[in-house]
Design a protein around this ligand. Structure first.
Ligand code: ADP
Ligand code: ZN
Ligand code: ZN
Length: 736
């Protein structure tokens, strides 16, 4: 009987049916090259094999399988299906992000694809170049103990994995011509012993570790809430070692690549070559290699990566760690699938019967509620390792300071005095401002004109000395000398961003070495590493940055951190604003005082009495979380409901608004008061397209699967007309 295969292609439709050529040995999960349309050739994934002839007249055949082994396991397929169903997208859209591009060649490449190109991984070793002269050795022994130590080790062992060596010592010995780096190929997962050099856990940490294992024997997901510096990472290491020793795979997720460099170095010191980094900045070739290697692995893999690592073929997955689980960058917003990496991790662990550990100093309210209502279990680490104290918090009133003449440009005197103190004793300072650029908008003092992007309804941000840039589309124009509206007055920069702070602080402290870390300076992974490493080495005194410097970094010589303007965190138009403000400031505060000396945090605000700042000052997460939980419950916000954001975009405002009203009405017919909108967002035009939004709020008792099904049906009904079909409509499940 003729066999047919439903194939997933990186296109919009769920699947496409092809005939399986005689003698072609296909299995579900296999990658195949298929012809599509007249000329196009794609790589597709076999989703289902059956004998039901489809209706279409001409059905193309598939005959070419790309790899011996299926690219997807049944578990991976189940995961893709869950993502597509839950986040309301197609399997093709999942395929686009889930598989490295070189694994799914297009066009001629797919046809001429060589089967199973497999590259064994290369591992670098350090080796001696020859005998060391006695005289030189004596000199090294006297002056460079680390180099001496490494020499002794090399003489004893012949070669040592480069990752296990002190990088500076290797570099110095190479310069002297005493050692060389040799690369050798290593097959599969033979990456050395399982006997890792782990730090001994403190008593508190050991208790937490035991509690986690105990809870894992009863539930799948545990939330580890430990203040910054309490040693969560060390606990992860112990759990990882245990899992690897049992032959299991571990997935260690972090929210952003910017954070991975310090963490990777730390994880590599313990687990060496076993670590596989996976994030957006590694090359396509490397991603494809990693995918193929893992697909053949027999277990014992440790992947450290960002959310897309969830799609890697870890066939023996036993543990997922989601570090900084509260971080909003776990949610993908563009393009589909718009998945929440943390939530998807919990689901993936469930599908593998694996364990999932969520870790944070300031867990998301959702996770806190799930942990306190018994769905997850919670383990708390309340102290910093080694008894180090959490920093002292000083809330500084900007309005009062200004009245008393105790404010210079954007700094209160308290903050300036403290910066000066730190500079005098060569300690380091971090300054946080959650806006980039010099100034978020420029306007005319006389007539109120503001510079706006001609394509997007947002104000332009001033960068450098005189360039206005749109943060949405990148449009840029020179800063006008005179106001283009009234042609009389000059335009003035209003508000301030990181670049402005960098300029001002440099002017106030001309001797200080100042650097800046934000999306403008973060042009590549190496640029980011350069800035961070220079700061770590103490070559920078003051580091100014956006959100990014609040995350994960471990700088031992920072004793002062300053929040320049807490108000735009506290007043963000978002039901999560309070929670986020608390998380951001606490995380940021946690960057300081990691060394011996107690750190200080100075928070500048016009609302010193704000309850969130009180919780910050006392470090009282539970009080904050309880208050927020009550609010969430009262207003039916997640996790007491699920939010689906429906965003519609189109060139014609008139057609768009008509369609949105019709859609909202039709949805109300089915969901009644659960439909909010249509509303016009703060930024209602981007790249010349108008935007409207509708929000669907489904209480947690109701069937969310059914709600999604109805939503799909209603959208298809209303929007499938000639006039509306061109409107772009996006559903964002669990939108914030
Ligand atoms: P967290 O991840 O909770 O912020 P870390 O794991 O980064 O905390 O620990 C903070 C610091 O304390 C790190 O420099 C770490 O090396 C050190 N540390 C934590 N626990 C131990 C331990 N058991 N032995 C030695 N050093 C530790
Ligand atoms: Zn004017
Ligand atoms: Zn724009």
């Amino acid at each position: 009987m003729t066999r047919y295969a439903d194939i997933v292609l990186p296109l919009y439709q769920p699947t496409y049916t092809f005939e399986v050529a005689e003698g072609c040995d296909l299995a579900v999960g296999d990658a195949v090259a298929v012809q599509f349309g007249v000329k196009a050739v794609y790589t597709g994934i076999v989703w289902r094999i059956h004998t039901d002839r489809p209706e279409a007249k001409r059905i193309k055949k598939i005959s070419q399988k790309l790899y011996e082994k299926p690219l997807l396991s049944e578990r991976q397929m189940a995961f893709w299906e869950w993502i597509a169903d839950y986040y309301m997208c197609t399997l093709g859209e999942v395929m686009r992000v889930a598989l490295p591009s070189l694994i799914k060649p297009r066009g001629a490449d797919a046809q001429a694809f060589e089967r199973e190109q497999f590259r064994p991984r290369k591992v670098a070793f350090v080796a001696l170049c020859g005998a060391v002269l006695t005289e030189e050795r004596a000199k090294i022994e006297r002056r460079a103990p680390r180099q001496h130590e490494l020499l002794a080790l090399l003489e004893a062992q012949g070669e040592v994995r480069r990752s296990a060596c002190d990088a500076a010592a290797v570099a110095a010995l190479r310069k002297r011509g005493l050692v060389e780096i040799v690369e050798r190929e290593i097959e599969g997962c033979d990456v050395g012993e399982c006997d890792y050099d782990l730090p001994t856990l403190s008593e508190r940490q050991q208790e937490a570790y035991d509690a986690i294992l105990h809870h894992f024997s009863q539930v799948q997901t545990v939330l580890l809430r430990g203040v910054t510096g309490s040693g969560k990472t060390e606990i992860y290491m112990h759990l990882i070692a245990r899992t690897l020793a049992a032959g299991g795979d571990v997935l260690y997720l972090v929210p952003e690549i910017a954070m991975t460099s310090q963490l990777l170095a730390r994880v590599k010191r313990v687990f060496g070559e076993r670590v596989t980094p996976y994030h957006s900045k590694i090359t396509n070739q490397r991603r494809a290699d990693i995918y193929r290697r893992l697909n053949r692995s027999e277990g014992g893999e440790l992947v450290v990566g960002t959310r897309s690592a969830l799609f890697l073929p870890l066939h023996n997955l036993q543990l997922i760690i989601v570090d900084e689980e509260h971080d909003l960058s776990y949610k993908q917003t563009e393009p589909a699938p718009r998945y929440q990496g943390r939530d998807a991790a919990v689901m993936l662990a469930h599908q593998h019967s694996a364990k999932c550990l969520l870790g944070s100093a300031t867990p998301s309210i959702e996770s806190y509620i799930r942990a306190t209502t018994g769905k997850y279990r919670e383990v708390v680490l309340a102290e910093r390792y080694g008894g180090a104290q959490l920093p002292d918090v000083i809330v500084s009133d900007t309005i009062r300071a200004a009245k008393r003449g105790e404010r210079k440009s954007h700094f209160n005197k308290v903050l300036l005095d403290k910066i000066e103190e730190r500079l005098e004793c060569s300690e380091q300072v971090l300054l946080f401002q959650n806006r980039r650029g010099v100034s978020p908008f420029v306007s005319c003092e006389d007539c109120g004109w503001t510079a706006r992007c001609p394509h997007c309804n947002v104000s332009l941000t001033l960068h450098g000395g005189n360039r206005l840039t749109c943060h949405y589309c990148g449009y840029s124009e020179p800063l006008p000398r005179r106001c283009p509206a009234c042609k009389t007055a000059e335009v003035r920069a209003m508000g301030f961003g990181t670049e402005k702070i960098e300029q001002e602080i440099s002017a106030l402290f001309p001797e200080a070495r100042v650097a800046r870390l934000d999306r403008d300076t973060l042009t590549s992974e190496s640029a980011c590493n350069r800035i961070i490493e220079a700061f770590e080495r103490g070559e920078t005194d003051i580091l100014v940055g956006t959100q990014i410097i609040t995350k994960g970094f471990d700088f031992s010589r920072v004793t002062l951190v300053g929040v320049l303007n807490a108000d735009n965190l506290l007043n963000a138009p978002d039901y999560r604003a309070s929670e986020r403000a608390f998380q951001t400031i606490m995380q940021f505060a946690g960057r300081g005082g990691r060394g011996e000396k107690r750190g200080e945090v100075v928070i500048q605000t016009a609302e010193p009495e704000h309850p969130i700042l009180r919780y910050v000052a006392t470090g009282d997460y539970v009080a904050m979380a309880r208050e927020q939980s009550a609010e969430r419950q009262g207003f039916f916000y997640p996790p007491y409901s699920r939010l689906v954001g429906i965003t519609m975009r189109y060139r014609s405002a008139e057609v768009l608004h008509r369609a949105a009203v019709e859609l909202a009405e039709a949805l109300r017919g089915r969901f009644s008061r659960r439909v909010l909108g249509p509303t016009i967002p703060l930024v209602d035009r981007v790249r010349g397209e108008h935007i409207v939004e509708i929000m669907l709020k489904i209480e947690s008792g109701a069937s969310f699967a059914r709600a999604r099904k109805i939503l799909r049906e209603v959208m298809a009904e209303v929007l499938n007309t000639r006039e509306y079909r061109k409107i772009i409509t996006i559903c964002n499940v669990d939108a914030s």
